[in-house]
Design a protein around this ligand. Structure first.
Ligand code: FAD
Ligand code: SF4
Length: 523
């Protein structure tokens, strides 16, 4: 059995970023990734291949709580789901780290404060090339440094919307985006600002995903090894149960075993929970590190909707995901509870609309709909319900049980947006008559999965301590989205990346390793 200093399971936002941070230490690091590299091919940018044929989704079949098959919209590749993400890289709000009262109940506090994570947010933004503008988002928390790169400009239709929303008293702002776009020098810019970004892998390697930004650079170090197609099936402990002594892997149909001083699970919130549950043994009868019983519980994935606002005004935007609105994040005069976040998805085309099967709009072809729609993405916080959970079926397969909660704020958010856009109709330049098509993202849409292996100070109510180390296992850490005790209402990836850097510092200290080369901070 080959022994390493650190084994990291999963190479997405959490695992990939951690590998990058640990690589310069000289410690022997093994990355185990169940997927392969995304093949670079024309289909990367085909709406049909990506959105209709779901070519890159796992073919694994899960079950919902009623035993019905669930085809999860998730991806197993080097870089994890960041290969496909929209690269909207938001910080949680400072208040999200404390307890917040919602219409549907309490969003619990985190065991760390925003101020503790802030330096790592700054480093993660720097590392992932985030383009943004400080001071424009009305709910944004304080930051110790400006963004490294300027905001990504709106195209005409979105700028028009921005101006109209501003004229109506809102404070729209530019989405912080992790793309390697140089608008001052388009000829040399790695990113070509195309229409197939959100949901698609980037053929140019110009999206700041975890493979391009973190895993590939980490592999430049001779002390870092990556095994692809290496699915971890179980973590084994020694007789005391206090230490992971072996990591069981299936690779190309063969069983292999590895060991390390420190083992980090970063399989994504659903798969990390499943791995711990599958690793139950005599000392851990309910699943590894699960004396509290919380492993797999409190699954959150946000309440998400796509809202198509279809107007007579054409929307020829290529890269649409540049505008967001947070004015209702914490509530409004007529609704005192948090509602959430409004932004955009990538521009839909007719092929994509055919996959989403939106309600038929009389008299309109999908092509006309696509050419006239503003394609909004609305995110609200769902609350951590212990009965929303990952369990294992009889064959060891993943079962995902989820009952939506805290929906009132989301419904209000949708109504706010509809009202606003209708109100904007008063404006001669805008929409003479809006038509809204509202689609709630189904359970299979697990893009924002989090919460299943929560961190906390009390081992009775959390599986991980504040450093994301398992309370009950001395050398086991979890650094994917599982650790969230509450989910906020902005996209999760930057928080996962920042936390991986934070936990990385702790692991380096524990290993007595020399500090990683610090990420330079722009000032
Ligand atoms: C279409 C889409 C758009 C998105 N857009 C945004 C966005 O704009 N902004 C944002 O913040 N977030 C976005 N997200 C969410 C974001 O991608 C995730 O929050 C983030 O990638 C989660 O990081 P993670 O480390 O928890 O897991 P992942 O990135 O999913 O990484 C988990 C890794 O573990 C591997 N793995 C799983 N099980 C095993 C096993 N047993 N053995 C070995 N390896 C294993 C997987 O193959 C994968 O590589 C989007 C997601 C999708 C799908
Ligand atoms: S070229 Fe730019 S816009 Fe197109 S997929 Fe890559 S990062 Fe996204």
């Amino acid at each position: 059995m080959t022994h390493y200093d650190v084994i990291i399971i999963g190479t997405g936002a959490g695992g990939g970023t951690l590998a990058y941070h640990l690589a310069p230490s000289g410690k022997r690091i093994l990355l185990l990734e169940r997927g392969d590299y995304v093949r670079r091919e024309k289909d990367n940018w085909s709406s049909r291949a990506v959105n209709v044929d779901a070519k890159y989704h796992t073919k694994e079949v899960w079950q919902d709580k009623n035993g019905a098959p669930l085809h999860p919209h998730t991806n197993y590749y080097v870089g994890g789901n960041t290969k496909f993400y929209g690269a909207a890289l938001f910080r949680l709000r400072k208040e999200d780290f404390g307890e917040i009262r919602h219409h549907g109940g309490i969003s619990p506090a985190w065991p760390i404060t925003y101020d503790e994570l802030e330096p790592y947010y700054t480093k993660a933004e720097y590392l992932y090339h985030v383009h943004g503008e400080r001071g424009a988002d009305p709910t944004e928390p304080w930051a110790s440094a400006p963004y490294r790169f300027p905001r990504v400009q709106h195209e005409g239709r979105i700028q028009q919307l921005h101006d109209d929303l501003s004229a109506n008293g809102l404070r729209p702002f530019h989405v912080p985006l992790g793309i390697m776009l140089d608008e001052s020098n388009p000829r040399k810019s790695r990113c070509i600002r195309c229409e197939t970004c959100d949901g698609f892998p980037c053929l140019m390697h110009a999206k700041s995903d975890a493979q391009v930004i973190a895993v590939d650079p980490a592999l430049e170090y001779p002390n870092v090894t990556l095994l692809t197609n290496a699915k971890v099936t179980r973590l084994l402990t020694g007789p005391s149960g206090r230490e992971v002594t072996a990591v069981a892997v299936q690779r190309h149909g063969a069983d292999e075993v590895y060991s390390a001083d420190i083992v980090v699970s970063s399989c994504g919130a659903i798969n990390s929970a499943a791995l711990l549950l599958r690793s139950a043994n005599e000392r851990h009868p309910n699943g590894l590190a699960n004396g509290s019983g919380v492993v797999g519980r409190h699954y959150m994935g946000h309440v998400n909707s796509v809202l198509l606002a279809i107007s007579k005004t054409p929307n020829p935007t290529v890269f649409q995901k540049t505008l967001a609105v947070n004015d209702f994040y914490f509530g409004d005069r007529d609704f005192e509870y948090p509602m959430g976040h409004i932004s955009f998805v990538g521009k839909f085309d007719a092929v994509t609309l055919s996959a989403g099967a939106p309600p038929f709009v009389p008299g309109m072809t999908l092509d006309i709909m696509a050419k006239h729609s503003l394609d909004f993405w609305l995110t609200s916080e769902d609350l951590p319900d212990p009965d929303n959970r990952v369990t294992l079926g009889r064959d060891g397969n993943i079962v995902l049980s989820y009952r939506p909660n805290n929906e009132e704020g989301h419904k209000r958010l949708i109504r706010k947006l509809e009202h606003l856009l209708q109100h904007l109709d008063m404006h001669p330049r805008l929409i003479p008559r809006n038509l809204f098509v509202d689609t709630r993202i189904p359970l299979a849409g697990v893009a924002h999965q989090n919460g299943t292996v929560r961190f906390g100070r009390d081992p009775r109510t959390s599986a991980l301590d504040a450093n994301c180390k398992a309370h009950e296992v001395e050398n086991l850490y979890v650094v994917d989205g599982s650790f969230f005790p509450s989910s906020g209402a902005v996209n999760p990836a930057l928080t996962i990346m920042a936390n991986a850097l934070r936990v990385g510092d702790h692991i380096l200290e524990r290993l007595g390793a020399r500090a990683a080369v610090p990420v330079e901070i722009a000032r």
